[in-house]
Design a protein around this ligand. Structure first.
Ligand code: NAP
Ligand code: MG
Length: 506
């Protein structure tokens, strides 16, 4: 039967080291030590597929953040700064090799902790992290300034010789969410280390496990102690303390727009640099000539991928009125056919959300949408049994001003609306405080480029969605963020530019 939760024993065998890791008493990672939190407090780590606690980690607070920031500062001013770029590059490659070698352990830990499919943990969290690190390792030896031709006259016949130097911004505070725990950690650590910075990483309280294992692998790779520190703890305690710490030179944040604004204000109050990768309400625009074979891919990749817990999730579908009925029938049929189950079951296609809180939040959005007059063509309910499941949900009959069309849901929920023509759809697609991403579905190259040019979004895909690459800048327009991750652009987040002007004698 479809949409029933699969109850049989997970088909993959857990590695003994995964079991051992879950049972360990986890301290923080500060320098090369594993201290308990100063308060000795711990937090339970849950398995979202069963709703049971599977491990415990330290609940760090401001005192622990302070010790970690000091460790990062002394590493920055000590051994780390004396390494050559090629030595940093080699260490990043060694870390990538170690992640690859320990890939199955990391993937299993990620699936147990986050709930996502083991396929995704293997391919995206682990495989993507390895690719990303190797790409970033390359930048370590390619950072360069420029020579400048000044027009300012020097006295007499003297001349000026001027150039720029790129220097590491310093100690980085990295605050990351729970939707791609290992991937997000690597998106921060990779460029930070390539640029010569040191890091204090605060993973989301829901998903601390792979960050802790990653911290160990950094030390095993030979990265000097203190270059990567991991403080587990909650946002209001450890996260806020990190954002406000005077010893932090730059904050790199990914998460909700609301918390991102608070973090940005804390940083700017002491002029720390900051970059923010925030939420979205990304439109998927389906023109009448779209390849109908791609509708399933659009929904799978664009909407239900990672249970919709993706910042660029295509949570608003605009389908042309002439194809609307077919599009929603296809997506509803597909949504109803997806097998729901634990991420450890390789046959399951829809896995639990990360937490009971997220499950309730998502179901709350759906309930209010139905009260507001929307109609559900699939899902709109929790999965059966324990675990934080939400059935893949397609909503129609929603007005442009309804909450479900305007707010980020961050779950397997999409709202589909018909449109008239290009002007109509572009105006409605852009009518949002967000601007992270969008996709355009058409076989006509002129239609595609006309829409791309008019969409206010940091990434626009054509005939695909949610495709990211280490080389392709990623980030938001408007309230979806500040700065770009990935590609050469991310380096600007972790470097200062120093201009040097030398007066040469006549
Ligand atoms: P969130 O509250 O923004 O959390 C993101 C990170 O910020 C976590 O590490 C969190 O720590 C930390 N944090 C929370 N409060 C903080 C504070 N006052 N100062 C500093 N750091 C703080 O997101 P969430 O609670 O995980 O999810 C809520 C909603 O945010 C989701 O439903 C979704 O809409 C959105 N979201 C967006 C993204 C994205 O990639 N754009 C990712 C995740 C969530 P703790 O988790 O330990 O409290
Ligand atoms: Mg949290």
């Amino acid at each position: 039967m479809t949409q029933e939760r699969r109850t049989e024993t997970p088909a993959i065998r857990l590695l003994p080291e995964v079991d051992a890791f879950l049972k360990r008493k986890h301290g923080l990672i500060v320098g090369d030590g594993r201290p308990s939190a100063a308060s000795s407090a711990t937090m339970a780590v849950m398995d979202p597929a069963t709703g049971t606690a599977v491990s415990n980690v330290a609940a760090g607070t401001a005192d622990d953040v302070d010790v970690a920031v000091r460790a990062a500062r002394s590493a920055l001013e000590g051994p780390w700064s004396s390494l050559t770029p090629s030595e940093r590059q080699r260490l990043l490659h060694r870390l990538a090799d170690l992640i690859e070698r320990n890939g199955e352990e990391l993937a299993q830990l990620e699936t147990i902790n986050n709930g996502k499919s083991i396929h995704m943990s293997r391919a995206l969290e682990v495989g993507g992290a390895v690719e990303f690190l190797r790409y970033m390792a390359g930048w370590a030896t390619r950072l360069e300034g420029s020579t400048l031709n000044l027009s300012t006259r020097a006295p007499g016949a003297a001349r000026y010789h001027a150039y720029t130097v790129r220097e590491p911004v310093g100690v980085v505070g990295a605050i990351i969410p729970w939707n791609f725990p290992l991937g997000m950690a690597i998106w921060k650590i990779g460029p930070a280390l390539a640029c010569g910075c040191t890091v204090v990483l605060k993973p989301a309280d829901e998903t601390p496990l792979t960050a802790l294992r990653l911290g160990e692998l950094c030390l095993e790779a030979g990265i000097p102690p203190g270059v990567v520190n991991v403080v587990t703890g909650t946002g209001p305690e450890a996260g806020a303390a990190l954002a406000a710490h005077p010893g932090i030179d730059k904050i790199a944040f990914t998460g909700s727009t609301e918390v991102g604004k608070r973090v940005g204000l804390a940083a700017v109050s002491r002029m720390a640099r900051f970059s923010l990768e925030l939420g979205g309400k990304s439109p998927m625009i389906m023109f009448p000539d779209m390849d109908s074979e791609l509708t399933g891919l659009a929904a799978n990749l664009g909407v239900f991928f990672n249970q919709g817990q993706v910042c660029a999730c295509g949570s608003r579908i605009y389908a042309h009125a002439s194809i609307f009925d077919r599009v929603v029938a296809d997506i509803a049929g597909m949504a109803r056919s997806l097998k729901m189950g634990s991420g450890l079951d390789p046959d399951s296609q829809i896995n639990p959300l990360v937490s009971a809180k997220q499950q309730n939040r998502v179901l709350g959005f759906v309930e209010r949408a139905l009260e507001d007059g929307a109609e559900a063509l699939s899902g709109a309910a929790a999965g059966d049994g324990p675990g934080y499941f939400v059935k893949p949900t397609l909503l129609v009959n929603a007005g442009d001003t309804m909450e479900i069309v305007r707010e980020e849901v961050f779950g397997p929920v999409v709202v589909a609306m018909p449109f008239k023509d290009m002007d109509d759809v572009i105006a409605r697609a852009n009518d949002t405080r967000y601007g992270l991403a969008a996709s355009v579905w058409t076989r006509d190259i002129a239609t595609a480029h006309a829409a791309v040019a008019r969409l206010k979004a940091g990434t626009v895909w054509v005939n695909t969605h949610n495709v990211l690459d280490a080389s392709m800048p990623f980030g938001g327009f408007k309230e979806s963020g500040i700065g770009r991750e990935h590609g050469a652009e991310v380096l600007n987040n972790y470097l200062e530019t120093k201009s040097v002007c030398v007066a040469l004698p006549a």
